[in-house]
Each structure stands twice: as structure tokens, then as C-alpha cells.
Design a protein around this ligand. Structure first.
Ligand SMILES: Nc1ncnc2c1ncn2[C@@H]1O[C@H](COP(=O)(O)OP(=O)(O)OP(=O)(O)O)[C@@H](O)[C@H]1O
Length: 364
């Protein structure tokens, strides 16, 4: 499903590579956490999967396609198979919840009838069916992130990439988001999530890839945020994407990843096809979300003044480790990209929807 073969990424003007000879394979249906210190290469890894960046050497295959052979013109088509969620939500502030989600489908030319069915279904899944006509600033942080998730999954992507999706949320709200992502994954969607949230990783006990200075130093099948001392020796060279039965032991790597060792949870046993997901997947957290409600009020206040893009990173709302997220294409973007381009829904330079002219940005 996702394979890195000896991938090195060195950004122009830097002395040491952000990723150094990474070998990695993620199978269909897996839920994988990317952890590691700030600057260890997590976001670079996600950007390479999205083809936001090109490797300096090595090759990357996603969904059976060699990314090196996809022309720039074809990138939007490739990205339609991928959903992306960011720490700062990146909703369109001048569009309602419904329109934010519908936008994804409009850009790729889905019919009005399709959109009218798909959007309410997806909003129901993420627990927002009563809030379709609200604007982002009228939502809490957790709700805004659920809109972003709805937007990411409305096109039923095979892969969901999440770059610190809970980074701006309090622990209770984060738990709700993680349950939602877990259920999306149970529907068969492969999830790759970069995070600094130790509690979440420890709680979920999913596959953990730990990066350190651009190298994978741990690949653990049911891991926590910190290394557990369960070594693995398995080695295999077959790189087919057929899911395998999940072995039961943990896995720790230093250096290159051995593919057998990473054939892990694959499709969860209770998986249902993504296309059949129509039940609510989001469950309201037990406690009220005062912090994110307060954040929504801040958003509303901020939006009352003229927009000043790009907005600064949102202030931390919890005691957990939070750091600013780099805009995806900030360093190598040859041109300013809008939401549709960044989400891979439209080729750079393609005709734009004037109603989306107000740029995406943090909504608080
Ligand atoms: N466009 C760029 N140009 C130059 N250096 C970059 C660029 N993007 C990332 N880097 C560098 O590459 C390294 C890896 O960065 P990356 O953002 O992938 O790390 P990260 O693990 O996601 O960090 P964080 O947890 O802080 O988001 C860092 O040293 C960073 O400074």
C-alpha cells in the first residue's frame, strides 16, 4: 500500500538529510503512528507519501504506483485516493460545514445528486449532522477537526494521512477524534498519523514507527510512545500488498525495516468496507469540551477582524507537547497553492472556484 525503498530526503540548503535511507512498508488497513522528536522527519514522511515533496534518492510506491513516475499533471488524480487531516484543520472560514465538505467533491466534478447524498452521510458519521449550516467559527476545535475529517473521508480515500490531528485539542476532545479515526480505520482505510501525544499512542497500542534524526529506530507492532524492549528478527523480501495475518509479538527495529516484521495488524478482524460506513462513527466524549468551546469563541473574535493570512499557529490549549505545524508546501512550493491544490484535488494553475478565494488557514 505504501512502500519506501531506501528513501533519502535532503532539503536544499541543509547539511543533514531529513530522512536517511528509509525502508518501510505499510499494508492495507493498518493504523500506523509516526513518532519521534521534533525535526525527526515525521511530516517529511507524510509529505513524501502525498507527493508534496520528492525524495532525493530512493523510490516510493503508494497504492501500487511509483510516485516518481506520476507527472505533475496527474498528481491531483493520485491524491484523490488520499485524505489528509492537519493539526490546524484548514477549513474554509467563509463556507458552511456542509460546503466545506462538499467542496472536495465539487472540485473533482461529482454530481450534485451524489454530493447531496454523500455529504450528509459523512457528516452523520462524524457526529455533525445537526451542524451542517454552521460556519467553522461557530464550532468548537474538536468539531472543526471533525469537519476536516469529514472532508478528508467524504471521497472514501484508501489512505488517511493525519499530521498531529489532535495537536490543538484537549485530551477529552482528542479521545473522541482518535475513536473516530479508529473507526474509520476499522472500515478498511489505512491510517498514517504523526503525533507527539504519548497518551494516545500508549492507549491505542497500534503499530508505531519511531523516527530519530531521519532514521527509523523502532517499528513496533503494538507499541507505545516510548520504546518497549521487544526485539524482532523477522526478515522478508516479498513486498506484495496483500494483508497478512497479524503476528502477536511486538517488533523493534534499528536501521532498515524488515518487511515481515511490519506486516502487522493489516485489516482489523471487525473491518467493514468503507463504502458501507453510514452509521455514526463519532461518539460524544463523556465530558464537556469547555476548552474547545472557548477556542471557538476566540475563532469568532479573530474572524471579526479582516483576515490576515497566513494566520499564526493556534495557541496550545493543553499541557501536551505542541509545536507549530509547517504548511505542507511551505519550503518547496513553486507557487502559492490553494486548498484544492494542497489537498490534491486540483492541478496547480487549474481553473479555480471563485467562492473558495478566501484562503484556507487556521480557523482560530
Ligand atoms: N522544506 C524544508 N527545508 C529545509 N529543511 C526542512 C524542510 N522541511 C523540513 N526540514 C527539516 O527537515 C527535518 C525534518 O523535519 P520534519 O518537519 O519532517 O520533522 P517532524 O518530525 O515532522 O518535526 P515536528 O514534530 O516538529 O513536526 C528538520 O530538521 C527540518 O528542519
Amino acid at each position: 500500500m505504501i512502500r519506501f525503498d531506501h528513501v533519502t530526503k535532503k532539503y536544499p540548503g541543509t547539511t543533514r538529510p531529513a530522512l536517511n535511507a528509509i525502508d518501510l512498508e505499510i499494508l492495507r488497513g493498518e493504523f500506523v503512528f509516526l513518532v519521534g522528536a521534533s525535526g525527526s522527519g515525521k511530516s517529511s514522511c507524510l509529505r513524501l507519501v502525498l507527493k508534496e515533496e520528492k525524495p532525493s534518492s530512493g523510490s516510493i510506491h503508494v497504492l501500487g504506483q511509483d510516485l516518481g513516475s506520476i507527472s505533475n499533471r496527474k498528481i491531483p488524480y493520485f491524491r484523490r485516493n488520499l485524505g489528509v487531516v492537519f493539526q490546524d484543520f484548514r477549513l474554509l472560514p467563509n463556507k458552511t460545514v456542509y460546503d466545506n465538505v462538499a467542496f472536495t467533491l465539487q472540485v473533482i466534478g461529482k454530481s450534485r445528486g451524489y454530493i447531496q447524498e454523500a455529504v450528509p452521510d459523512t457528516l452523520k458519521m462524524v457526529g455533525l449532522d445537526g451542524k451542517a449550516q454552521r460556519y467553522p467559527h461557530e464550532l468548537s476545535g474538536g468539531e472543526q477537526q471533525r469537519v476536516a475529517i469529514a472532508r478528508a473521508i467524504v471521497n472514501k480515500p484508501q489512505v488517511l494521512l493525519a499530521d498531529e490531528p489532535t495537536g490543538n485539542l484537549d485530551p477529552t476532545t482528542s479521545a473522541g477524534i482518535m475513536t473516530l479515526l479508529e473507526r474509520i480505520n476499522a472500515g478498511g482505510t489505512t491510517v498514517m498519523m504523526a503525533t507527539h501525544e504519548a497518551a494516545i499512542v500508549d492507549q491505542m497500542q497500534r503499530r508505531v514507527l519511531e523516527l530519530s534524526a531521519g532514521t527509523i529506530v523502532r517499528d513496533e507492532r503494538h507499541g507505545g510512545y516510548a520504546t518497549s524492549a521487544v526485539p524482532i528478527l523477522a526478515v522478508a523480501s516479498d513486498t506484495s500488498s496483500t494483508p497478512q495475518a497479524a503476528p502477536t509479538t511486538g517488533a523493534v527495529h534499528t536501521g532498515a525495516v524488515h518487511t515481515d516484521a511490519v506486516r502487522t495488524s493489516a485489516v482489523p478482524t471487525n473491518a467493514v468496507p468503507t463504502s458501507t460506513m453510514s452509521q455514526p462513527l463519532y461518539v460524544e466524549p463523556e465530558f464537556s469540551d469547555e476548552v474547545t468551546d472557548a477556542a471557538a469563541a476566540v475563532t469568532a473574535a479573530a474572524l471579526a477582524t479582516p483576515p490576515a493570512p497566513p494566520a499564526p499557529p493556534p495557541a496550545p490549549v493543553t499541557g501536551s507537547m505542541i509545536r507549530p505545524l509547517l504548511p505542507v508546501s511551505r519550503h518547496e512550493a513553486p507557487e502559492q497553492l490553494g486548498l484544492a491544490e494542497r489537498l490534491g484535488l486540483r492541478a496547480p494553475g487549474e481553473k479555480t472556484d471563485p467562492s473558495s478565494a478566501q484562503e484556507v488557514g487556521p480557523t482560530k
